[in-house]
Write a protein that binds this ligand. Sequence first.
Ligand code: ZN
Length: 128
Amino acid sequence: MDQDSAFFWEGVEKGELRIQRCSACKALRHPPRPTCPRCLSFDWDSLLASGNGAVYSFIVHHHPPVYGFEIPFAIALIELEEGTRIVGNLPGVPPEKVRVGMPVEVSFARVADEWTLPQWRPKEEPTR
Ligand code: ZN
């Protein structure tokens, strides 16, 4: 967490998925950063995302081990229905069941004592 991302992590602690929005051109961006990549404005606010999206792309992590995660696991790039993308994992979903375009919804999980992460779960059963 830093000055630019504090609003995001404070939202995650409350079970909210907050996305940074440029006040000038209304472009969404994630991860949070000081300036708008489209119009270079420093002014921004945030919107509360619905938490609905779809897998845009993904990779399968095999090594090295990651604290709090059982390998292998999928790391997905989720396209939110609001129109920007966010990286996350899909706990409990075998990597071979992850598909591009799979509808997902956000959930929030405490993965360490003081670390809550937004995670993603399928909105439908994965196809075999
Ligand atoms: Zn902008």
